[in-house]
Structure formats: C-alpha cells, structure tokens
Design a protein around this ligand. Sequence first.
Ligand code: DGY
Length: 416
Amino acid sequence: MRSRDEEARAILRGNDRGGYSVPNGRVYPFQWNWDSAFVALGFATFDGNRAWQEIETLFAAQWADGFVPHIVFWQDDAGYFPGPDRWQAGEGVRTSGITQPPVAASIVRTLWDGDPGVRPRLAALFPKLLAWHRWFWRYRDFEGRGVVVAMHPWETGRDNSPEWDVPGAAIDTAGVAPYVRRDLGHLDAAMRPTGAEYDRYVALVDFGRSTGWDHARIAAENPFRVADVGMSMIFLRANRDLLALAQVLSDDAAADEIAGHIARAEQGIGWLWDDAARSWCSRDTITGRSSGFVTSASFLSFWAGAGDGPRDEAMLAHLDRIGMRVGYLMPSLDPDDPGFQMLRYWRGPVWAVVNYMIGRGLKEAGHVAAGERIRADTNGLIARSGFYEAFDPTGGAPTGGDTFSWTAAIWLAWAR
Ligand code: DGY
C-alpha cells in the first residue's frame, strides 16, 4: 500500500498540466489562483523548481493593471461552468474577471529560503506581486478602510458561506440567461451551493462582463460589495510578507509604500470586529451591517496578527467551545449556528488550507497548543479519509472532490 506521502506526491504529479496544476481534474479542470499558491508549498517539498513555476505560470496571466484572475483557462474543457465564453475576460490567455484571496506573497515568502540561486526568481516575481497588491489597494479597498471588499462570493474562496446570504439577497437574478451547472454532474448536490446561490453567482458574472470588466465601475456599482474578513486577514498578512520580501531585495521605496498600507489596515481592520458576536466577522459595505457569523475565516486574525489581548482571548474562547463540539477543527461555520451543515461546502466542512493558516498563525502568536490541535486534526482527517476537497468536522467523512491538489500540498508541507 502506498503511504500518504507517496499518494500526495502522486496527486500533485497527476494534476500537473505542465507548469500549472488543476485543483481536481474533473470538478475544477483549470488553474485556480489561491489553489496554485498552496500547491506550490507541496511541490516545494520535493521539486523546488516546480514550486516556483506554479506561481510564475499564474502570474503569466496577470493583466496590465496588476489584476490576477481567479481562474486561468489555459486549455478548453467543457466539464466546467462558467467557462471562458461566459466570462469574456483575459489578456493574452482567457481568464475569469474576478480575483481570489491574495495569499501568493505569503507563500512566496515561505518558498524563499535565502538560497542565492532562487533570488533572481524572487526578484522577477516581486514586481508582479506588488502590482497585484496595488490593484487590491485601488479596486478592492477603494474606500481606503484597510479591508478587502469582495465583489463575488467566489472571490472570497468561501463560495456559499452564510456570510453572503443577506448581502446576496439584493442581487437581481431575474435576467440571468439559462445555464447548465456542471458541478452537479461530478458531485452530490447536497455538498454544493444551492440553485438560488448559483443564480446569484452567475448574475454577478453577467454584471461584471457587462462592464467589460471595468474594475473601477464594478467597485462603484457592483450589487455585491462585502468586506470579507477572510480576504482582509489574508491580505494584511500578505502585505507583511511582501514587506519582508521588499527588504530582502533592498527595495526601500516599495517597503515604505507597503508599510503605509499595513498601518492603514492595522487601523481599519477593527471595523470587522463584531461586539455582539465577540468575533471577527465579514461586513456588508453597502448596508454597513456585520454578518454576525463566526466562521473559520474569523480565526485568520492570528495569521494576520490583527488581534489584541481581549480580542484574541475572545477568539480562543470560541475555539475552545467549537473544539468541544466537533471531532476535528476548524469547521467553516460555527457548529452552534442553526445553518451548520457538516457536508455542504463552506457551511460546515473543514478545509485543510484554512487550517494551515489558522494553525500557523496560532503558533506564531504563541498559542502553541491550539495551533498544534489544528495541525493534528488536519493530519487526522487526511490520514482517515484521504485527499478530499474538505471534510465533515464531526466525524471526518470526506466531502467534495477527491485527489485534491491543495489537500495533498498541505499534507506534504505541514500536516503530515
Ligand atoms: C466553483 O466553481 O465552485 C469554484 O469554487 C469557483 O471558483
């Protein structure tokens, strides 16, 4: 029998399409932005060149204004909806028109090991990373609050989190032209977003396309503009990591620019603290209302270094409470929430990549036992069930796609 390590490497090799990876060849047959960043961590454990290549290929799809798309359609595949014809986006290669959590700078910092042989690759990638961050500052923090405003639930990576239910209800889906979901041909509907949610996703794609993917117009007029706690925490951390890379490269001007944005985010992130929930929560920028949901993204405050004594204590109290309720941390939704569903995508299941960020963040903040529980639970899930997209936090059953690249990568890089 193959060991889990061997299986993980075989999955990464099997999902390699030559310079980039697919998350899973059937359900997600293209290159996805934040998937590729995490996948690079896995490759780095046995093929350093291939790890850098994964990120370099993603940035080969970057637009002139710095935008990096959430999907790159390097090849055709009819097994996914919405494909490139629905998006009508891209420069050079066809892409989607929205982005995804900007975790790449943090991963590149981890890949950077001080090896002088790698320095030219770091130096070549750095301006592209900086351009993407500038794009975020311009089009996803257009009010200058120091948080990231998501324009689509897919942009957050946590597609059907209940955080998007109330803001999403304002999206007019009446004009959505007929479409066929392909995900349901691959997976059980009980593990996926609902039809009503999909209508909203497609309506937002249609709206973006109608602007010609004019991100300034989208920032002003998009019917969904939610300050996502997950992206905001990930971006704050990514800016800290980008600053460290600027210092490695002795780029003082970039370092000053990035430090200014970090200071702004440290000031502004408090807007996402919800006193009633005693948690970090996403907030609708159109209505100003907090979602009030405690999700796995709330715990990314440790990864970001966003907390203070009392807020960290409150989050640790949530962690202890939730840890008593489930077999495996960290469920994507608080199990005490009535909307918790243990197998439905981002309404309950555990995701290894989020655990990686929470676990590392906790340990870095000195909460070693809590961080170790997250790592050990991730290990236990994969050891028990294999390399699935996500897992039921109560009993550890698999959910979503199998042979999943980022789950394999997190095993190799952190959880094993
Ligand atoms: C999907 O199609 O389910 C993806 O999560 C979109 O990024």
